[in-house]
Design a protein around this ligand. Structure first.
Ligand code: HEM
Length: 310
């Protein structure tokens, strides 16, 4: 968003964000809180309101700072192309059409959707890579072909060549689907094979279930990156739902893939990973979280790929 914020502001914002999400989950888990009149007087609502107030104050202060910055630039006639590509500035340029609340909502959506998601996918991918030495070896060989012994930065054309790493990432996202479910409001009657969904209700799509469905083959429950390189994918083009499908799918997916490939290629050029995914216990929150710790360790490598320190 192109705004400098202090560590304290950052911590307050993230704590309020995490707590607000936890409160949302708590309401979802406790069925009696579904009734608005009970929820209105509950402790959960009070705590949620206090978090939302922190978030609102922070977003308002960021918007005020950004507007001031634009004003100063306009007074000094400074025109920077990059600034116009900045997410927050783009929203503000449309501010005649968007209300203050709509801008703040967009800011929240972007932060919520981008925070934690790619980092957590990288975490699960490392755990899986560390649990499958043959997969790790194949990635190491691929990276060696692209970078040799160099730890140079990743260029755009390198990303295209990381085919096995990309297959591993996709398989990891299939195996541990980061956003285990998405919800939708039903606005018209939808006839399914065994039932009819009635308008006026909400429904949940359990993406975790879609990714373990038998359309992925008999080995749907196995982690096997090779499936992405063989031409044996499910015929249904919506079978892979890590970034969701339809109009509200993830707008950050291309960026997330580039970011994750870059990050993993740096880590795996310098470290050997050891992990045990069998010990993982997962908790299905807004994101799929490891509830049992990570069971992962790393070993630094020498440039010629010999391990030196544990
Ligand atoms: C591996 C990382 C990521 C995963 C697995 C992921 C997954 C998803 C999913 C499943 C949705 C759809 C939710 C729904 O259907 O209700 C979504 C939406 C969204 N994502 Fe991502 N995401 C990732 C990274 C990112 C990043 C890095 C950004 C921003 C730079 C981002 C921005 C968004 C936004 C703004 C939406 C909302 C789109 C809308 O409501 O129209 N995501 N993401």
């Amino acid at each position: 968003m192109g705004i400098e914020i202090s560590d304290l502001e950052c911590i307050n914002y993230l704590t309020a964000f995490d707590t607000a999400i936890d409160k949302g989950i708590e309401r979802f888990e406790k069925f009696w809180l579904m009734f608005d009149f009970i929820y209105k007087f509950s402790k959960v609502k009070k705590e949620e309101d206090s978090c939302m107030e922190t978030l609102r104050m922070m977003s308002e202060s960021v918007l005020t700072r950004k507007r001031k910055e634009i004003e100063i630039r306009q007074t000094n006639k400074v025109n920077n192309k990059e600034d116009k590509n900045n997410f927050l500035e783009r929203l503000l340029y449309f501010s005649d059409e968007l209300t203050e609340k709509e801008i703040i909502d967009e800011v929240h959506t972007m932060i919520m959707a981008a925070i934690d998601t790619s980092t957590t996918v990288v975490l699960y991918t490392l755990i899986l890579i560390g649990s499958y030495p043959t997969v790790q070896e194949k990635i190491m060989n691929e990276l060696k072909d692209i970078f040799g012994d160099s730890d140079r930065d990743v260029q755009k054309h390198d990303l295209v060549q990381m085919r096995y790493l990309e297959a591993t990432l996709k398989e990891s996202m299939r195996y541990y689907v980061m956003v285990p479910f998405v919800s939708r409001y039903i606005d018209k009657e939808i006839k399914l094979k065994n039932c009819t969904l009635q308008p006026g209700n909400n429904c949940l799509f359990v993406l975790y279930g879609v990714h373990r469905n038998s359309m992925w083959g008999k080995d749907a429950d196995q982690f096997r990156p090779e499936r992405w390189l063989e031409n044996e994918m499910p015929s249904n083009s919506s079978a892979f739902m890590s970034f969701s499908v339809g109009k509200r799918n993830c707008i950050g997916r291309m960026y997330a893939m580039m970011f994750m490939k870059t990050q993993l290629s740096h880590i795996l050029r310098s470290y050997t990973i050891y992990a045990d995914y069998m010990k993982l216990k997962l908790s299905m929150e807004v994101l799929l979280k490891p509830a049992s710790g990570h069971y992962i360790s790393i070993k630094k490598m020498l440039k010629n790929c010999k391990e030196i320190i544990k």
